[in-house]
Design a protein around this ligand. Structure first.
Ligand code: ATP
Length: 305
């Protein structure tokens, strides 16, 4: 039942893991849950990437028919630009990613990459072109080497180490983990912090080397210093070349450098522009800056609920 909706290389991983009886069932359930029945159309073609511009065109979507999240969402992410999506908790930021990655299809409207409706391209080719650094990285009950290699199962050990260095997690692996790259994730007493997990995810994505990058900033668990270090790593590692990147930002100070900031409220784009423009406009973005402290409190409450 999972076959149709899961990416192919992932099936290989599941198979190997299942054979070794290592797969964390929680991860599997989560993935199956996130893989709503979206299928290729009969004559689906591979996505032809030409720079990676992304366009949401009059998108309507709700997880339940009686509760729309987006009624008429339109925005454009220009090719090769770094775009941040900000907005109050629950406004639909993560849902944008789930639609782009086709965990779900819109009820109406279109999503286009380089002019091609994603509903008409092969899902596997769509997902191959998009790298994701999720908020909470699923790690497998396997060693660190294997966990990073998941980004590209053909990568050599040397390439894995190289990616870990670029993601600034190599030193942690070598100095802090009891068996370095051979340390088993899930081993009793082994703690991997939120920041380390996210750096492992960055290393994973570096191996994948995708033309489109989606980064979902962790809502909590990272102190301000760790967070700004992490953002620096990500910028250095992943924005080394022209890549279209979308950052879901929970903290405003990480979006100041973005080429374009899209401000969402209750599923609608209320304003967009760069940091200076939005500050001058004195709208929602400006008042979010004013309320940064209380916003962070709100997010902490969210995480607990
Ligand atoms: P946050 O900043 O808290 O991460 P967000 O802006 O990313 O929030 P989404 O996760 O996109 O918001 O959620 C938008 C709305 O959809 C919320 O009201 C949420 O409760 C709801 N929602 C999210 N996922 C599901 C789901 N799988 N089933 C039903 N409702 C969902």
């Amino acid at each position: 039942i999972f076959q149709l909706s899961l990416p192919l290389n992932f099936l290989g991983t599941i198979y190997r893991e299942m054979r070794q009886n290592l797969l964390d069932m929680e991860v599997l359930y989560k993935l199956v849950e996130e893989n709503a029945p979206v299928k290729d159309i009969p004559d689906a073609k591979p996505l032809q990437l030409q720079g990676g511009s992304i366009k949401f065109e009059n998108v309507a979507f709700g997880y339940h028919a009686d509760r729309p999240i987006f009624r008429d969402l339109s925005f454009t992410v220009p090719a090769g630009k770094k775009v941040a999506i900000v907005g109050p908790s629950g406004c639909g930021k993560s849902t944008v990613f789930r639609l782009l990655y086709r965990f779900y299809d819109p009820a109406s409207g279109r999503i286009l990459i380089d002019g091609q409706p994603i509903s008409e391209v092969q899902i596997e080719s769509l997902r191959r072109n998009i790298g994701v650094v999720p908020q909470d990285t699923p790690l497998f009950h396997a060693d660190i080497m294997h966990n990073i290699r998941y980004g590209n199962l053909n990568a050599t050990d040397e390439e894995v180490v190289e990616a870990a260095k670029k993601a600034n997690v190599h030193d942690t692996i070598v100095n802090r983990l009891p068996k370095g790259y051979e340390t088993m994730v899930g081993e009793r007493g082994l703690m991997i912090s939120g920041g380390e997990k996210q750096r492992l995810a960055v290393a994973r994505v570096m191996l994948k080397d995708p033309p489109i990058l989606f980064f979902d900033e962790a809502t909590s668990a990272l102190d301000a210093h760790t967070e700004s270090e992490l953002m620096k790593n990500i910028n250095n590692a992943l924005l080394d070349k022209a890549r279209t990147s979308i950052f879901i930002a929970h903290r405003l100070r990480t979006v100041v450098e973005a080429d374009l900031i899209i401000v969402l409220r209750e599923g609608e784009v209320v304003e967009q522009g760069n940091h200076e423009e939005l500050m001058r406009a004195r709208g929602l973005y400006y008042s979010m800056w004013q309320q940064q402290a209380s916003l962070e409190n709100m997010e902490e409450n969210d995480v607990e609920s």
